[in-house]
Design a protein around this ligand. Structure first.
Ligand code: ADP
Ligand code: AMP
Length: 227
């Protein structure tokens, strides 16, 4: 199953991706996580991307498309994947379409988690991210069982450098001007679906799993393939 989680920064994509990984045994592909790993490794690409990320701006399309091209070629994607935070521009969406066509696979569903801007700032400023596995928690809305420690891998929970009220503004601006136009792009492809992302984490998960189980019933055995 080839899925895309769509929505504003802080809408809950990473949080929900963790449940889909377990349920469907397919990898999450988060361009944000890949870029942050490149920053930790101090690669040239990471150092270039950091400037944009710290300013709350999108990293150039050519960098992101290169990342996705390499990542989709990895063997663990052969039974499907969950795109998280990609694509964010029309150019990226078109490049993805081309890549998938070449791979003879198709996108099964784009799940949009709808959360108004008014809730996003609180979500992002209270976010805590595991330095080990990247899992996302929230000090108030989705706390880890043990303070400062990841429920999944025991890693240390940290605050992302770009998770501050100042940067959130630019990130929301980038979302509305450059990413939101993709809603029509995927509606036209007939794969776009919206969920209320303001519900509790577990409720959103249930809604998502229910929507996907009806999808699985509709897909013939050669799921996600044109062949
Ligand atoms: P995204 O990957 O879309 O940027 P995250 O999954 O990291 O967003 O979620 C952003 C923040 O909001 C995190 O702190 C997360 O714990 C919290 N969060 C996620 N889903 C919900 C929800 N349904 N209700 C309240 N808080 C949530
Ligand atoms: P995220 O982890 O998805 O919140 O992304 C963090 C930051 O990484 C964003 O604010 C962008 O600077 C950059 N980024 C992640 N994914 C993309 C993408 N698909 N296109 C452009 N920039 C991206």
């Amino acid at each position: 199953m080839n899925l895309m989680l769509f929505g504003a920064p802080g809408a809950g994509k990473g949080t929900q991706a963790k449940f889909l990984i377990e349920k469907y045994n397919i990898p999450q592909i988060s361009t944000g996580d890949i870029l942050r790993a490149a920053i930790v490794d101090k690669t040239t690409m990471g150092m270039e991307a950091k400037k944009f990320m710290d300013a709350g701006q999108l990293v150039p399309d050519s960098t992101i498309i290169g990342i996705i091209k390499d990542r989709l070629a990895v063997a663990d994607c052969k039974n499907g994947f969950i795109l998280d935070g990609f694509p964010r521009t029309l150019a990226q969406a078109e490049a993805l379409g081309e890549l998938m066509e070449n791979m003879k696979i198709k996108l099964d569903k784009v799940i949009s988690l709808n959360v108004p801007d008014s809730l996003i700032v609180g979500r992002i400023t209270g976010r805590r991210v595991c330095s080990g596995c990247g899992a996302s928690f929230h000090v108030e809305f989705n706390p880890s069982k043990k303070d400062g420690v990841c429920d999944y891998c025991g890693g240390e929970l940290t605050i992302r450098k770009d998770d501050n009220a100042e940067t959130v503004k630019s990130r929301l601006e980038a979302y509305h001007s450059q990413t939101a136009p993709l809603i029509d792009f995927y509606k036209n492809m007939g794969v776009f679906m919206e969920l209320d992302g303001t519900n509790d984490v577990s409720e959103v998960t249930n809604d998502m799993i229910n929507a996907l189980s009806s999808l699985i019933l509709q897909i013939p055995t050669a799921s996600s393939s044109y062949l």
